[in-house]
Design a protein around this ligand. Sequence first.
Ligand code: LLP
Length: 416
Amino acid sequence: PVPGLHYTDKGLALESVALVDIATRFGTPTFVYSRAALTAAWQNWNAALAGRNALVCYAVKANSNLAILNLFARLGAGFDIVSGGELSRVLAAGGTADKVVFSGVGKSRAEMAQALRAGIHCFNLESTPELDRLESVASELGLVAPIAVRVNPAVDPKTHPYISTGLRDNKFGVAFEDALALYRKAAASKHLRISGVACHIGSQMLDPAPMAEAAGKVRELVEQLEREGISLDHIDLGGGLGIRYKDEVPPTGTEYLAPLLRAMEGRKEQLHFEPGRSLVGNAGLLLTSVEYLKPGATKNFAIVDAAMNDLARPALYDAFHEMLAVTPRNAPPVPYEIVGPICESGDFLGHDRALSLAEGDSIAILSAGAYGMAMSSNYNTRGRCAEVLVDGDAVHLVRQRESIESLYALESILPA
Ligand code: LLP
C-alpha cells in the first residue's frame, strides 16, 4: 500500500533509494517517508476539491515531524492542532497561524493565550465551560477569539471504538440540540467572533456514508443559524478518511468527498477538512532488523529491533501492518510472530507472518506514516527512532535517533 515502494536488484526500494542503504547508513529502527507519496496524497485531496472554496487542514497529530509539516505548508496546507505544542511545531515548520484550527476537549488557558496571540483561524469549541474560559482569556488579552462549535452528530462511523468520536456517549463535541445555545452565547460576547461549525466523527472510515449523513445534519444546523441571523465563514467536516493497511478498499478522495460536497451544494461557506492518516499513513514505513530468530514449541519468533514503543498501533488496537522482507531470500517462507525486545507479551508488531528471514535481515513495516512516530514513547528507556525522508535518490535525515543520555537529561538524583 505504500506508493513508490518496489523491488529492485538491491531489494526493496522507496522512490530511488534502496532500503538496505538506509539501514546501513542510519541504522534501525528508522521511520522512512516518501516525499512523492506525501505530495501525491495531498494532491488526491486537493484534486477532489478543485473549483470549490476549501482548505485542507492537515491533522498534525498523525505525524508532527517538522519536515512533513514544512512540506504541507509549502503545498498550501492549513493545520488542525490539538495542543500548544503542535502550534509551536507548525510555526517552527513555516506554517501560518491564520490557517490553523484548534481542536480538542481540554484546551488550557495557556494554550488559548498562545493561540490567540499567534492569531489562529479558529478555535473549535467542545463545551460551554470551554467557551466561557476562552472568552475570559480573550478579554484579559483584549483580543477577539474566532470560534466554531464542534457538534457531535451522533452518527456511527463504523470504525474501531477507540477511534470513534461522533457517538452520542463519547466526550467529543456538543450535542446538536445544545449547539444553538452556544452560538447565541458567542454572538452576545464582544470577545468572541463566530467563524464556523466543525464536525469530526471518527477515523479510518472506509465508507463515506456516515460522514455524508453527518454533513446533512451540519447543514441543517447552518440553516437554522442563518434563520437566527448568525452567518458563518466556514464549515469544517473533519478528517477520518481511511487507508489500506491490508485488503481494505478505501474510497479515493473524490469518492469520499462527492457525497459530502453534494450535502453542501449551494452553500457558499469555505469548506474545511482535517485529514491526518490519509495524507501520511501510506507515505511512511518503519524499517526494522531481525535481532534473533527464536524457534518456539508452537510458534517461531522473529525478535526485531523495533517494538511497541516505536509503533504502538498493533498492541493498542490490534492493528494490522503489512510486512515485507527488504532483501528477499529463496528459502521457503516460515510463519513468524514478529515481536520487539520489550518485556510485555503485548509487544508484538505482527502475528503469523510468512517470511523468509535470517538474523540481521531488515523488514519494512508498511503504512506506518500516521500515528507511528507520533505515538511512540521511551518505554524501557529506548531512544525514539530516527526519521528520514526520501526524495528521488536523496535521503534527508529529518530527526536524529534519540541518544540515551537525552532520555534522562531532565532527571536528577536526590541530594546527598
Ligand atoms: N480531526 C479531529 C478532531 C480528530 O480527532 C482527528 C483524529 C482528526 C481530525 C484526524 O483524523 P484522521 O484523518 O487521521 O482519521 N491513534 C489512532 C487514530 C486516532 C485519531 C484521533 N483523531 C490510530 O492510530 O488509528
